[in-house]
Design a protein around this ligand. Sequence first.
Ligand code: TPP
Ligand code: MG
Length: 360
Amino acid sequence: MAVKKVFSGSVDYIQVLDENGAVDKALEKELLRGGLGREQLIGLYRCMVTARVLDEKAINLQRQGRMLTYAPCRGEEAITVGTSFALRKDDWVVPAYREQGMYIVMGVPLKYFLMYFMGFEEGNHLPREFNITPVCVPVATHFLHAAGIGMAMKHKGENKVVMTYTGDGGSSEGDFYEALNFAGVYGAPVVFVVRNNQWAISVPRKKQTAAKTIAQKGIAAGIRCVQADGNDVLAMYYTAKIAVDAARKGEGPTLIEAVSYRMGMHTTADDPKRYMPEDEIEMWKKKDPIERFRKYLKAKRIWNEVLEKKIIKQAAVEVEHAVEEAEAFRSDYTHMFKNVYARMPAELEEQLEDAGRFAR
Ligand SMILES: Cc1ncc(C[n+]2csc(CCOP(=O)(O)OP(=O)(O)O)c2C)c(N)n1
Ligand SMILES: [Mg+2]
C-alpha cells in the first residue's frame, strides 16, 4: 500500500503598505506599471474620506431620529474602496449592507444609499446605468445571486465581472459554500470578497471557524483564494485587480479575505462595549486605513493640508446635498404592494385599497 499526497494548499497574504505607511517597493512598482497614477491615488483617498464623512453623518442622523438602523463602516473603508476600484462601470456588484465605499467608487448618487437606510425601498432602485443589486441584509444569501449572475454572463459571452461582499459571519453560511462551489464548477467570473472585521455582531472570529484563514475556504471549491490586509487600500486594490483581470480573461472566480476590524458597533442598535475588548480596539486604531494611506501619500508628496481641506469640503458638500435630497423624498406607498408578485393576489389588492384610504 502506498500513501501519496494528492493535494496540499496554501494561502498568500498581501500587504503593500505597512502600518506606518511604508510601501513594498516591488508591489508599488507593479501597481504604478498597471496604471495607478497620481490621479487614481488621490481618487482612492477621496473615496475613503467620503465614506467616513458619510458614515459619521449617517450615525448622527440615526441618533437624531432621522434615519433607521444603520450599519457603520468605520475601519473598513479600504476594503470596499480598494476592491471596487478595480471594476469597470458596467461590471456587476452584489452588495450586503456595509459597502459604503463601493457606492462612492461606482459613482452612485448618495441619496439612494441614505434613502434605503431611512426606510425607503426606492433607495434600492438605482438608475439603470448602475449594475448593482439591492442592499441584502439576509446574511450571504446574495452570494448565490452573484454566482448566478456570473454564470449567466459567462453563458452569454459577456466580458463582465461580478463582485460581491459578505462578512466573516457570512462565510459560515451554507449559501456561501454553495455559491463558491457553483462559481468554481462553472468557472464563473465572480470575485467574492469577505470583509473579515473579526465580529459577527457579538460573535468573535475565533468562534466562527476553526480554519486558520477564511480565504482557504476557497480551496475546497477549487477556486483561487488570497488573504490581504483589509486596512491597506493598495493591497485591496492589488488583490482585487488580479482577481478581476483573471475573471475577465475567463480564468474563473477568486475568494479574497480582507483582514480588518469593525471599529465600533455592528449597527446603531448594538452596544459593542459589552463584548469588544478595549485593548483590541486600541491596537486596531493604530492600523486605521485612512491615516495609513495619508502617510504614504504624504511621503510621496501628493498629500498636503490644502488637498486635505479640499477633499473634506467636497465630501461634506456631497453628503449634505444627499441628505437634503433623501429627506425631501416622498415615498410612493403602493410600491410595497406592487413589487412583491408579478400579478397581485386578491388579498394584497384589498390591502392596497385599505392603505389608500389611510393615505388620503
Ligand atoms: C440569514 C441571516 N441570519 C441572521 C441574521 C442576523 N444578522 C444580521 S448581521 C449578522 C452578523 C453578520 O456578521 P458578518 O457576516 O461578519 O458581517 P458584518 O456585520 O460583521 O459586516 C447577523 C447574524 C441575518 N440578517 N440573516
Ligand atoms: Mg463581521
